[in-house]
Design a protein around this ligand. Structure first.
Ligand code: ZN
Length: 664
């Protein structure tokens, strides 16, 4: 389909707005164009191109703008009230193409405004001015008489009617500010509307910068405990147990900056941080209030219990809020969970929390935006957002819930909310396992001695890549601290890194033997021990998986330097299972053999095949099933063990069948 020139301009202006986080974030904001278009029968009619609901402005394309017949939309102006359900049905029915996206919930406002182009953002600086007790007067003083200032009304029909009435009285207006919500600018061209948005934001920023007041800083009695103790305790506190005993966990996204510190150090933190949100739209990702962890015990042993109590108090407060406002909306029949999505930790920074790392990132991005807006509002005067009831109306509004649910998968992936670490993951079995765990919904940290290789794999699976020499205990500690900082903790370790050393046991040097023990035994122990410390803080169990080897049970000649530490590691699996079963931590191993990887290279395969006088293919298929074993086969075994909640101290063999190496 040919895209009209006017629509191309709208797309370009929308993307420009969307790429500036100071204007909109995560599906916020929208834009529209009034134009003429042809329907299937060839008739020319007036249409409104308006952004589809929940589409991200930064990545929006022409097909994300459904075309709606103007007639049925404008006809609604005669009504005094219109239910949300009727509004959504009318909007959907007005589409020229019934398969086009669902139009934005702010469509009627766009339709009722006379301008050809209308752009809408939640610009931070504008929100700092409108979220004030005297916001209307302040806006008039800053923006002048040709900007209409409307009182807050919920998006939808009521707001569209108010806007129509106010803008109708001021035909020369170039912008509309909806208090405590955002700004709309108008233009005959997309450029004119865009320039006006930039102009309004610049005017607001000038006023914000002119605010002389500083946020009064509090003197806190004691320093906060270390972040790497807080994060796992927080993850544990927000985890809930399903009736079958499995845990529903969350992932965190931590942020710190000078601006966040100044905000968190404020003497009035509890007042302004709990007053509400910069714009009501955020509530679906952040909840109405953050969890504030401003008094924690110095004793690390008391920390998990203290944070659990804070989360329980938050949940009680949230349920009371739902009960207070339940009569306002029918959708409350299914109350949302009562867990926080943002946690503020004075002395450190803030956490976004989510069922996936994507959701955690959205919550953290919006929390940071709130820090900016609320901080600026407090410097100008006093942060005065919409009421709690108004937030409730949005949080439990069907169309908004649909926005959030669109992002969530229909059926949950089995490792959703879990954090997995895979070592030796830049290639071979490790890379295959990292990918399979990410596909199963886990947030994955890819570790390898070479950082670039780890990062390359992480990029393809959407995880984090870290360089880590697992034979260096301090490097393992640093990596674990980084994982805790990035995701909040760890639930699954796949200790996979290894290398094969050879030598006849009667003559091999101690040096070779010790090197092999460092990587093939002690590195497994370091990873497991550091992970167990984090898992115990979380208090939600955990899963340790080790790559042992056929050599651990069935020695090959001259392979002692490899088999001995692997045998010790096999025993290590059982020791962890025995000592930490009480913590809900499982320990299992995969025994793999003859897999084409960095350990068993193509040239080694050729050499061994020649020595046995068989083809390389026959050598690789030399097992009971007559099939080559691949890295994916091994990865699948790790995944099965991770998904077997009642299995511990087990060894799963992946070798195509080798009766001499079968465990007895
Ligand atoms: Zn909006």
């Amino acid at each position: 389909m040919k895209i009209p020139q006017d629509l191309k301009q709208l797309v370009a202006a929308s993307r420009a707005l969307g790429s500036d986080p100071k204007l909109v974030l995560h599906g916020g904001g929208n834009s529209s164009l009034k134009a003429r278009a042809r329907d299937v029968a060839g008739r020319t009619l007036d249409v409104l191109y308006v952004k589809g609901s929940g589409r991200d402005l930064a990545e929006v394309e022409a097909r994300d703008f459904p075309a709606l017949r103007m007639g049925p939309l404008v006809a609604l102006k005669v009504l005094d009230t219109l239910s949300d359900a009727d509004m959504v049905r009318t909007l959907n029915a007005a589409r020229l193409d019934s398969e086009a996206p669902t139009p934005s919930v702010e469509t009627l406002l766009h339709a009722f405004l006379p301008a050809k182009y209308v752009l809408h953002t939640h610009a931070d600086a504008v929100l700092a001015l409108t979220n004030q007790p005297n916001g209307a007067a302040l806006c008039r003083a800053v923006f002048g008489p040709d900007v209409v200032v409307a009182p807050y009304a919920m998006s939808g029909f009521a707001l569209a009617k108010t806007a129509d009435r106010l803008v109708g009285k001021q035909p020369d207006a170039w912008a509309l500010i909806v208090r405590q919500h955002g700004i709309f600018t108008f233009g005959r061209t997309a450029k004119e509307a865009h320039d006006r948005m930039n102009r309004a934001v610049a005017m607001a920023e000038l006023r914000v910068r002119a605010a002389g007041k500083k946020i009064k800083s509090a003197r806190r009695k004691s320093a906060a405990p270390p972040l790497d103790e807080i994060a796992p305790s927080l993850r544990g506190a927000v985890a809930t147990r399903a009736p079958d005993g499995s845990w529903n966990r969350m992932v965190t996204d931590f942020r710190s900056s000078a601006a966040i510190s100044a905000y968190l150090d404020g003497a009035d933190l509890r007042r302004y941080a709990s007053a509400g949100l910069a714009t009501p739209d955020h509530v679906i990702w952040t909840k109405p209030k953050p969890l504030i962890l401003d008094s924690m015990p110095a004793d690390p042993a008391a920390l998990p219990g203290s944070i659990r109590a804070s989360v329980a108090a938050f949940a009680e407060d949230y349920r009371a809020y739902v009960a207070r406002h339940a009569s306002r909306r029918a959708e409350v029949a299914k109350p949302l969970d009562a867990l926080p999505r943002v946690a503020l930790v004075p002395g450190h920074g803030l956490f976004g929390l989510g069922r996936t790392s994507r959701e955690a990132k959205i919550a953290a991005d919006l929390a940071e935006a709130n820090v900016g807006v609320i901080g600026a509002a407090e410097r100008i005067g006093k942060f005065a957002p919409v009421s709690e009831g108004d937030l409730f109306d949005i949080e439990y509004w069907g169309p908004e819930q649909a926005k959030r649910d669109r992002g969530a998968a229909r059926s949950l992936p089995p490792l959703q909310g879990q954090i997995a670490v895979v070592t030796g993951a830049a290639s071979g079995i490790g890379a295959a396992t990292a990918k399979m765990f990410a596909d199963a919904g886990a947030a994955v940290a890819v570790l390898d001695r070479e950082r670039s290789g780890a990062e390359a794999v992480a990029q393809t699976i959407g995880g984090i890549g870290l360089g880590c020499d697992v034979t260096d205990r301090r490097a393992v500690q640093r990596a674990m601290a980084e994982i805790v900082r990035r995701f909040g903790g760890v639930d699954i370790v796949v200790s996979n890194a290894g290398a094969a050393w050879q030598g006849e046991i009667g003559t091999v040097s101690d040096d070779i033997l010790r090197k092999s023990f460092e990587l093939n035994f002690f590195a497994h122990q370091s990873m497991a021990q550091e992970a167990v410390a984090v898992m115990r803080r979380q208090g939600t169990g955990g899963c340790l998986l080790f790559n042992t080897s056929k050599q651990a049970v069935n020695p090959g000649s001259n392979f002692g330097p490899y088999g001995l530490p692997k045998a010790a590691t096999l025993f290590l699996v059982r020791q962890y299972a025995l000592d930490h079963g009480k913590d809900g931590i499982r320990a299992n191993a995969v025994n793999a053999d003859r897999v084409r990887t960095g350990l068993l290279t193509d040239s080694m395969i050729k050499q061994r095949a020649n020595a046995r006088k068989v083809s390389e293919d026959t050598y690789m298929r030399g097992n009971l099933l007559g099939e080559e074993v691949t890295a994916d086969d091994v990865a699948r075994a790790f995944l099965h063990l991770a998904l077997s909640p009642k299995t511990t101290a087990a060894v799963l063999t992946v070798d195509g069948g080798n009766i001499e190496a079968a465990l007895r």
